[in-house]
Design a protein around this ligand. Structure first.
Ligand code: MLT
Length: 405
C-alpha cells in the first residue's frame, strides 16, 4: 500500500496567498460593482523591461534557426547566464565563480528544493514572522522546527545566540513580510553563529535590489565567513518583473562543506538528476537583465515601486501608525490600529474600503496584530489605496468605524 507523506496533515489547509485569493474572489462575486485595490500578494504590475523582451524574441528566433537552435540546456544553467551573474557580483566587489552559480526557476521553488541537501534529522530555525513557503517546505520534509519570534522591540531583526540548537536557518533580508533589513554587523553575528555550530544559512535575497542604503548588505557574501556557511537564493521575479516568467539563481560556494561533503557538488548531482535545465529562451531573457541597459531599465521599474512605498508610508505617517519597511524593501508592515487582530483588520479593509492586504498572522503567531502591504501595484491603485486607507484610519481614530460597525 502506498503511504502518503503524513506531514501534509501538519500543513495549514490552504496556502496563505491562495486562501486570500479565494476570500477576495468571494467578495468580488458578491460585490461586482466595487473596485478592488490589490496590495496583497507581492506580484509585480509593470511589464518586463524592453531589453529583456528583445532578448526573449531573439531567443525564440534562435530556436527556429537550425544553426542556433538549442536542445537540452546544461542542468545548472547556460554558461552565458552563469558568467553574467558572476560578473554582476564582481561589479559589487564579491568574488563568485560561475561554477558556484545555479540557474533556477525562481526563489520559491528553489527554497523548497534545496531541502534535498539536508538530512531529515536536521533541525530548521524559522525566524518569525515568516514567509510561509519556508515553513511549509520544512513541514513537508518532516523536520523538527524551532521558531524564533521577532517583534517591534528588535525591529523584527532577531539576533542569534548559542542556545539556539538548529542546523539550518532561513534568513530573508530585505525581509518578507516585515521589510526589515539586516545590518552587516547583525548578519555577521549570524554567520559567526552558523560557522561555530556547523549550521547552514539559506539566505533569501529576492529583494536585494530594493536596498538603497549603501551601508546595508545586499548579499550575505559581503560578510566575512559566509562562504563556509551560506547559500544565497536570488530571483528575477521582483527585481526584473519575472513573477510570471520564472527565473532565479542560487549561489553555493565551493567552500561550503559539511562532514566532508561538498554542497556545491551535491547540488550539481541533484540538478543533473532532477532537472533538464531552465529553458534557453528564459535564460536568454534573464541574461539581458545583467547588461548595462537591462540594469538601467530594471532600476526605472524599481523606482516606480519605491514611489508607491513612499505614498503608502506617507499615509501611515500622517495617521501616526507604526510601521517598518518601505525604505529598503517593497513591503510595508504596519501595526493594526486599536489593537485589531490581523484577520479582523483584513476583513475591515475589504468590506469598508476594498483594499486587499495580507494579515500579519498569516506569517505566523509573531505577526498577529500586524498587517502587510505590497508596493508592487500600479501607481494609480496605490494612490487610491493610500487615500482610502488614510480616511479609514482617521475614522477608526474618531470612533466612527469599528469592527462589525
Ligand atoms: C509575497 O507576497 O509574499 C510574495 O509574492 C511571495 C512570493 O514571492 O512567492
Amino acid at each position: 500500500m502506498m503511504q502518503p507523506n503524513p506531514f501534509y496533515k501538519d500543513l495549514q489547509e490552504e496556502y496563505l496567498f491562495r486562501y486570500i485569493a479565494g476570500k477576495t474572489e468571494e467578495f468580488r462575486k458578491e460585490h461586482p460593482g466595487e473596485k478592488l485595490l490589490r496590495m496583497g500578494i507581492g506580484d509585480v504590475s509593470l511589464p518586463l523591461p524592453p531589453s529583456v523582451i528583445r532578448a526573449l524574441h531573439e531567443a525564440v528566433s534562435d530556436q527556429a534557426d537550425p544553426q542556433k537552435f538549442h536542445g537540452y540546456m546544461p542542468e545548472c544553467g547556460g554558461d552565458f547566464l552563469r558568467n553574467a551573474v558572476a560578473a554582476h557580483y564582481r561589479r559589487r566587489g564579491i568574488d563568485i565563480d560561475p561554477a558556484e552559480v545555479f540557474v533556477s526557476s525562481g526563489a520559491s521553488d528553489e527554497l523548497g528544493d534545496l531541502q534535498d541537501l539536508f538530512a531529515r534529522e536536521n533541525t530548521a530555525l524559522i525566524m518569525e514572522p515568516v514567509y510561509p513557503a519556508y515553513l511549509d517546505a520544512c513541514i513537508i520534509a518532516g523536520r523538527k522546527i524551532l521558531h524564533l519570534p521577532s517583534g517591534w522591540q528588535n525591529d523584527f531583526l532577531p539576533e542569534p545566540d548559542d542556545s539556539i540548537n538548529a542546523d539550518m536557518v532561513y534568513l530573508c533580508s530585505p525581509n518578507n513580510p516585515t521589510g526589515a533589513v539586516f545590518t552587516k554587523a547583525l548578519l555577521k553575528d549570524w554567520v559567526d553563529w552558523a560557522n561555530r555550530r556547523g549550521a547552514v544559512i539559506l539566505f533569501d535575497a529576492a529583494y536585494e535590489a530594493f536596498i538603497t542604503d549603501e551601508n546595508l548588505p545586499r548579499s550575505i557574501f559581503e560578510i566575512d565567513g559566509a562562504r563556509t556557511c551560506a547559500i544565497e537564493i536570488c530571483s528575477l521575479s521582483k527585481t526584473a518583473g519575472f513573477t510570471g516568467t520564472r527565473l532565479g539563481y542560487t549561489v553555493i560556494p565551493e567552500a561550503l562543506i559539511r562532514q566532508e561533503m561538498n554542497l556545491n557538488r551535491m547540488w550539481v548531482r541533484n540538478r543533473t538528476t532532477k532537472t533538464n535545465g531552465i529553458s534557453y529562451i528564459l535564460q536568454k531573457g534573464g541574461s539581458a537583465v545583467f547588461t548595462e541597459e537591462g540594469q538601467k531599465e530594471i532600476q526605472e521599474n524599481i523606482a516606480v515601486y519605491r514611489k508607491n512605498a513612499a505614498v503608502l508610508s506617507k499615509a501611515l505617517e500622517e495617521e501616526d501608525v507604526r510601521f517598518t519597511g518601505g525604505k529598503n524593501a517593497p513591503y510595508i508592515w504596519m501595526k493594526c490600529p486599536n489593537g485589531f487582530k490581523s484577520w479582523d483588520f483584513f476583513d475591515l479593509l475589504l468590506q469598508k474600503i476594498q483594499v486587499i492586504g495580507t494579515p500579519g498572522a498569516g506569517f505566523g503567531e509573531a505577526g498577529e496584530g500586524c498587517f502587510r502591504f505590497s508596493t508592487f501595484g500600479s501607481p494609480a491603485d496605490t494612490e487610491e489605496a493610500a487615500c482610502r486607507l488614510g480616511q479609514l484610519l482617521r475614522r477608526i481614530k474618531e470612533g466612527t468605524v469599528s469592527l462589525g460597525g
